[in-house]
Design a protein around this ligand. Structure first.
Ligand SMILES: Nc1ncnc2c1ncn2[C@@H]1O[C@H](COP(=O)(O)OP(=O)(O)OP(=O)(O)O)[C@@H](O)[C@H]1O
Length: 260
């Protein structure tokens, strides 16, 4: 494809075991792609491969990553990380250093683009305001342990946006949050996509999140993408048995009938 971020023929292996195989995904700016499937299907590893951040012991045996048509090598991927592609990992508390204030997290990230002193503080405050903090100045002096899970998730989003990326990869954004905070985070993501024209890859096992935000859905099972559809077609007429099972489980959980 010409514009956007594209992964073609990804294969990941660990100790001779194939974890992900033949995975191709495309993400355009301004669109939300939901990557769903049961645990262990390969969603998180696929997102990490997009960032060039594979865990130790996992290697990319095949696959090409393109940005706006141009193939990226490992150095190109490292250069884009944070700058063109933001990342919000699962469980935001683990993404912060507990010994470092929220302000310093921002200062270190913003220094990558040469922003320091008052300019960095003003930018950090503006980013925190964008994700819904009414008094961002007070937040900068706090430590991660002083923030709730929902506040940390919003602060993590603000940090991921600090370098103005065109794409955002978000892994399980609502896990461990109460329902009200979940709804706030989803509303926030929706606004950020619309306002910034972000391409958002939303990794989740929660089909309600997909129904709320995604325009397209890709379903992974045992390391492969078994189906990809516009979200309405996916909910109306899932093609693959794994997708049908996911939907049946989802509707059983929420006490609704599956579409005929
Ligand atoms: N560091 C690793 N070394 C070896 N195997 C791994 C590693 N990380 C993940 N795997 C394996 O790769 C497969 C895909 O894992 P992955 O975490 O991508 O799945 P997932 O779909 O994101 O699941 P979840 O929803 O539980 O996060 C699983 O079989 C997992 O056990």
């Amino acid at each position: 494809m010409a514009g956007g971020l594209a992964l073609e023929g990804l294969r990941l292996e660990a100790g001779g075991r194939v974890l992900v195989d033949g995975v191709s995904l495309a993400l355009r700016r301004g669109e939300v792609l939901g990557l769903v499937g049961t645990s262990g299907g390969g969603k998180s590893l696929t997102a990490l491969a997009l960032l060039g951040l594979l865990p130790a012991g996992v290697r990319r045996a095949a696959g090409v990553l393109r940005l706006d048509g141009a193939v990226l090598d490992a150095a190109g991927q490292a250069a884009l990380r944070g700058r063109r592609i933001g990342f919000v990992q699962q469980a935001p508390r683990g993404g912060f250093n507990p010994l470092v204030s929220i302000g310093r997290h921002f200062r270190e990230t913003l220094a990558c683009d040469g922003l320091r002193g008052g300019a960095a503080t003003a930018r950090a405050e503006s980013l925190l305001r964008e994700v819904g903090f009414a008094e961002p100045a007070a937040l900068l002096g706090l430590y991660p342990s002083q923030l709730s899970g929902g506040m940390l998730q919003r602060a993590m989003l603000a940090l991921a946006l600090a370098r103005d990326p065109g794409f955002l990869l978000v892994d399980e954004p609502t896990t461990d949050l109460d329902l009200i905070v979940q709804a706030q985070i989803l509303g926030l993501l929706e606004r950020l996509v619309a306002r910034r024209g972000l391409g958002l890859l939303l990794v989740t096992h929660d089909l309600s999140v997909v129904a709320r935000l995604a325009g397209r859905v890709a379903v992974m099972q045992a390391g492969r993408v078994v189906e990809e559809q516009p979200v309405h077609d996916f909910f109306d007429a899932p093609r693959h048995p794994h997708s049908q099972n996911l939907l049946a489980t989802h509707f059983a959980l929420y006490g609704e009938a599956a579409p005929a």
